[in-house]
Design a protein around this ligand. Sequence first.
Ligand code: DAH
Length: 342
Amino acid sequence: MKNKLNELRAEFLEELSRATNNDHLRDLELKFLSRKGQLSELMGGLKDLSAELKKESGELANTVKKELQDKFEEMKKSLNSYVSKTENIDVTLPGNKISQGHLNPITLVQNELEDIFSSLGFMILDGPELESDYFNFTALNVPPSHPARDMQDTFYVDQKNKDGQYDLLMRTQTSPVQIRAMLKYGAPLKALVPGRCFRNEATDARHDHTFYQVEGLLIGKDISFANLKSFLELVGQKLFGPNTKLRMRPKFFPFVEPGNNGEYTCFLCQGKGCRVCKYTGWLEIVGAGLIHPDVLRAGGIDPEVYSGLAFGFGLTRLAMLKYNINDVRLFNSGDIKFLEQF
Ligand code: DAH
């Protein structure tokens, strides 16, 4: 009996050492450890032994049984931790959803404008957000102490420039890039400048300290007010559809002469009158005019040879109209619930 137990033990341990998966383990369990397995069978013979042998063999049988069960459990654990790391991957399960980012509605409108204007042969330009007083105001015909400065208060930087003057500010408009573009590229010139602007304003649903504009300019020979009108008509039709009409109303902007506000038939009600256009049928969209000769001169262009038109859109305002957004602060809020809607 003792010999048989030792043989069985050796055989079991040998087979266990070769087991590489759960099926092997299940077979081993059945063969050796189950109720009808070899160990039970052997132990069943104990009852036929003499009292003395029964005691000795019984003790050995119990030790062997415990050892084999322990070794078996050990193997099962190590095999399963290995298997779960390597083989137990169900490749048919659906994967984790990768969430997709969204473009800010301002970017969407900016992309649309860039498409329209590059199809008309305009360069798309950039300019600095931290601008000098000269480019933001003086070169645009708004010298120090000009009353037009009052309408565009901004954030001034507490640091002197290389000439020892405090003249750095966050730009209030994209218009300074008109001058930068003229100085860099000369005439003739067609450029569109989308960008971020800043004003020192109390914020509410319609005003924010940070917003976006788009500036445009077209400089060539004999550019007239008639060109400005037909050009703005074309832009309106591209933006809001072929039936869009333009109406121009005089307005003062220091860097153009004459200056005007361009209004388009409301794209929501087609001019019938609704909440968005305040029941007028018109939306005030674009400031524009013929570039003032002094501004051309500041850009190094001779106003006796060249003339040009300039215009400015509120990109943020356009996005609010287009997507029916009623609070300007949402754009910079970083609110994912807002952004996910676009
Ligand atoms: N810069 C003007 C503003 O912020 C908008 C503007 C008006 C731009 C007329 C222009 C223009 O180029 O011709 O209010």
